[in-house]
Structures are given as C-alpha cells and as structure tokens.
Design a protein around this ligand. Structure first.
Ligand code: F6P
Length: 516
C-alpha cells in the first residue's frame, strides 16, 4: 500500500485475528486491580523511558499477551519499513505525492545527507537572526501572529507552554478566527509603530488568514503606519503570493512540511522571538532526540510505537471512541487543542491508502483541559459515566514558581485522579459507587522547558504516525476540510443577495432569518 512498500492493512493480518480472539477471551475482562496484584512487575513492564519523557502505561486495560500480539501486528504491517521510508524522504504522502520531512527541520547541522538540509539550515539561521533582531528592537512591543490551524495552534501552544522562558517587554497575540471580534479586540491594544504582524500561512490563500491580514494592513495604513517591510513578515511556502500582498520580509518553508507539523519551520517564528534563538534550537534538539528514539529503538522499547499500539488496542478492540488529555500544568492549556488537530486531522480518515473504505475505526475524539480544572467540571463523567474514556495525565516534576505547597498538591491530585479511576470504590453503594477499572496513561517530564516540550510534541507526532500506519490511512493529507471551504464561498454572496436557489431547506431557512 502506497510508496512501494507492501503493507497489509491491519484488519487483514493474522495478528489482528489473534488480537480479536485474545480480546474476546481475556482482554475485555481485564481487571487492573487484579493485574497489579498478580504481577508485581507490572509497572516496570508497562512503563517506558524516552528522551525527556517518562510514560507509565500500566494503568491501561492491556496485558503482556495483548502487547506481544500488537508488536506482531506492527511487524506484519511493516511499520518499521514505513517509518524508515518517512526518514528516507520517500513520498509517503501518496495522495499529494509529497515526502513527509518535518523531522529534517530538527536535524542538527551537518547531520543529514538529505538534499534539502542545507536550505533548511540557511532558512533557520535567517529566521533566528530576524528573531534576535526583533528581540533587541525595543520599539516593537507587540507581535501579532495571524494564522489558523497548524499556522496558529503550534506557536500559540508553545509560547504559552514556555511562558517562564518568554522575554519580558513583548506581548504576543494570536489571531486565527475570521470572526472580526478577535482581530478587533487585539487591534484595540496596538499602535502601528510598535507592532510586528506575522502573516503565517503555508498556502497564503486561507480565507481566514488572508481576510485578517488584509484588515490588519488596512488598520496599519489608516493609523499612519508606513514601513510595511519592518512591520509585516510572511511565513509561507508561497513567497510569490506574499510579495503580491506587499510583504517583502518572508521566511519560507517547503511542501513536505504538513501544516500541523510546521511548528519547527518558519511557522515557529513567534516562538523564536519569545524564547530566543538558543531556546528555539533547544526545542528542535529535544524533538530530534525523540526522532532518534523513534527511528532506532526496538519496537518493544519504543515509546511512540507502544503508545500508537495502545491507541489501536483501545480504539479497535475496547472500542473507546474518545480520549481525554489532562495536562497538570496550566501553561499546557493549549496542548489539547494542538494535539486535537495533530491526531484528528491526521487520522480522522475513513478510507485506506487505496481509497477503499476502512472496515475498522480510526482516530478517536481527542479533547481536554488542564488539571485540576477538569476535575471540577467533567471528571464526574470520567469516573461514573456510562462510557469508558481513557485519560492521559501529563505532569511536570519541577515547577517554575516559588509558591509553597501548590506543586505538591497539583501532583497529588494528578496521581489521585489516576488512582481513583483505576481503583474505584465499587462497593460504596448506589450513587456513591465508583466502578473503577478506568484506564489512564501518565506522562512525566522533569521540567517544562524548550527541549522537553520539543520531545513531547515529537513523541505525539510519531505516535500518530504509528496508529495511522497500522490503520492504513494517509496521516498527511486533509481532504475533509475542502467541502466546507467551497460551500462557504458559495454562501457568502447569498448573504448579501438573498438568493436561496439550489439550497437545501434548512440552509435556505437560516439564511432568510439572518437577512430578516
Ligand atoms: O483547513 C485545514 C488547513 O489546511 C490545515 O491543515 C492547516 O494547518 C490550516 O488549514 C492553515 O493552512 P495555511 O497554513 O495554508 O493557511
């Protein structure tokens, strides 16, 4: 399937049938409390060290046999050849005939023989030099990133996550929505002479971004702003379109960087301005360490592989349709949204590489909020609801504040929630009954810094690669976003004209109400 490697679809392998059999007889009845009692080495068996990230998978509804069969599945599906094809720069994004090389953006200088390596480093050096120049330019107090999806979520998430490393004296704003309320509220805070607008768009055609960029330019000019070259920069693969727009300061990237994988490219410029060139290089270095781990570790000690296999087990055998993410660090507040795009846009597919309908489920719904806030909102359902939803906790050992007592209580809450989900309190009676046996994974970082954040994000990129590879989908296209874009362009003029011909009854009815 795809790019010349023979890869059978997961549901057509012997391991899949064996997994189904094992699930029917053992897996579905697995009781975590008993598993821990029976096997004192369970924590060691189901935990995994990786660069800058430790993960405890032992509180998942999985046993040694399922783990062994999942590894067999990975081998039958030629996961390793597929991974190696990505790292060899083959065109594994078959529907767009593109290579998938976001990992190249984090290769150290001189380490890669890839033909694009020199260009990557030249662009990185230029972008980081610009970032340093902006950092030292005290006249610039506000940096506004205008972009959406992968051109927004990554930098927005990372600037928030690395708050402790962000230089004082500059404010960062992220405008993504075409809803004018968002841009208008940001413009209220700005003056043209002290603002730098970054127009971030891989294609430089996205409706939301171009509309916001045009309005920002109009605001800049009507407020007396003069020097577009100094106050606007473009981050894009479409340098010609940026020039046509009137922007001459441009940092490029390449079609082999997917939008949701573009944080490491020029799209990361807001992060580089915020944390400096050395901080950005540390982010890349952390991600690169995880690339090496994924590329070289045997499957059974390979964290992205183990997570991706667990995702298949949970989704296709347990039938869990949703996964909740609970970062116990308030600076990771945008991580769920970031990972939501990464996972759902990559693996939210219903056909295989050959365009044939899948016979099995693919990406789950991914969602979440930082802990402890989620505990006081929706954790009720996680503990006692009718659906079982695996939860992923992310905790950080060393805090970046000096407030006594807070961090111990934060960590205690994360541990207690995971424990409560597993142990439950089954005999409390009626409404007080906690069934327990609810699965969770626990990630631990030493500290939240550029390198560990880089490693954590790369870990998730590769995990999504693994589950997508086994599901047999193309994780690197996103045709499902096209139809709505086309229809919006048809409907927009109808809001002015009132024309409803050819529209369905509901859309026509709503349009009439909007015009009344
Ligand atoms: O509509 C989806 C999408 O294409 C995402 O994949 C992408 O991250 C986002 O839009 C923004 O695209 P661009 O960077 O080209 O503006």
């Amino acid at each position: 399937m795809g790019s010349g490697i023979a890869r059978p679809r997961c549901d057509r392998t012997a391991a899949w049938a064996a997994l189904q059999e094992h699930f029917d007889h053992v897996g579905r009845k697995l009781v975590l409390r008993d598993s821990f009692q029976r096997s004192p080495g369970r924590f060691e068996e189901f935990s995994q060290e990786a660069p800058r990230v430790f993960a405890d998978l032992s509180k998942n509804l999985i046993d040694s046999q399922a783990q062994a069969l999942l590894l067999e599945l990975a081998r039958e599906c030629a996961l390793e050849s597929h991974r190696d094809a990505m790292f060899a720069g083959e065109a594994i994004n078959v529907t767009e005939q593109r290579a998938v090389k976001h990992w190249l953006l984090r290769e150290p200088v001189g380490a890669s023989t890839d033909r694009d390596a020199a260009q990557v480093h030249a662009t990185l050096d230029a972008m980081l030099a610009f970032a340093e120049q902006v950092r030292h330019d005290h006249a610039i107090t506000d940096v506004v990133n205008i972009g959406i999806g992968g051109s927004d979520l990554g930098p927005q998430m990372a600037v928030a996550a690395l708050d402790s490393f962000v230089m004082p004296g500059k404010r960062f704003h992220f405008v993504s929505n075409i809803d004018g309320h968002e841009l208008a509220a940001v413009l209220e805070l700005l003056r043209p002479e002290s603002t730098l607008f970054l127009v971030a768009s891989k294609t430089f055609t996205t409706l939301e971004t171009m509309t916001n960029a045009r309005s920002a330019r109009a605001w800049f000019e009507t407020r007396g702003g003069r020097d577009i070259a100094r106050h606007f920069a473009a981050l894009t693969t479409n340098v010609a379109a940026a020039r046509d727009f009137g922007i001459t300061t441009t940092f490029g990237f390449w079609d082999w960087v997917g939008g949701r994988y573009s944080l490491w490219s020029a799209i990361g410029l807001p992060v580089a301005i915020a944390i400096g060139a050395s901080g950005f290089r540390a982010l890349l270095a952390g991600a690169h360490e995880m690339d090496r781990h994924f590329a070289t570790q045997p499957l059974e000690r390979n964290l992205p592989v183990r997570l991706g296999l667990l995702d298949v087990w949970n989704r296709n055998f347990h039938g869990f349709a949703s996964r909740s993410l609970a970062p116990y660090h308030s600076a990771l507040r945008r991580l769920p949204a970031y990972l939501q795009q990464l996972e759902m846009e990559s693996n939210g597919k219903r056909v295989d590489m050959d365009g044939q309908p899948l016979a099995h489920a693919s990406a789950p719904v991914l969602w979440g909020e930082p802990g402890t806030n989620g505990q006081h909102a929706y954790f009720q359902m996680l503990h006692q609801g009718t659906d079982v939803i695996p939860v992923e906790f992310i905790a950080v050992r060393t805090p970046d504040h000096a407030l006594a007592g807070h961090h111990e209580l934060l960590l205690a809450n994360a541990l207690a929630q995971a424990q409560a989900m597993m142990q439950g309190k089954p005999d409390a009676g009626g409404h007080r009954d906690f069934p327990g046996n609810r699965p969770s994974t626990f990630f631990l970082l030493e500290r939240l810094d550029p390198a560990s954040l880089g490693a954590l994000i790369a870990l998730h990129e590769h995990r999504v690669f693994v589950s997508g590879s086994l599901w047999g989908v193309n994780s690197f296209d996103q045709w499902g976003v096209e139809l709505g874009k086309v229809l919006a362009l048809d409907i927009a003029p109808r809001l002015a004209s009132g024309g409803v011909s050819g529209l369905d009854g509901s859309t026509a009815g709503l349009l009439r109400r909007l015009r009344a």
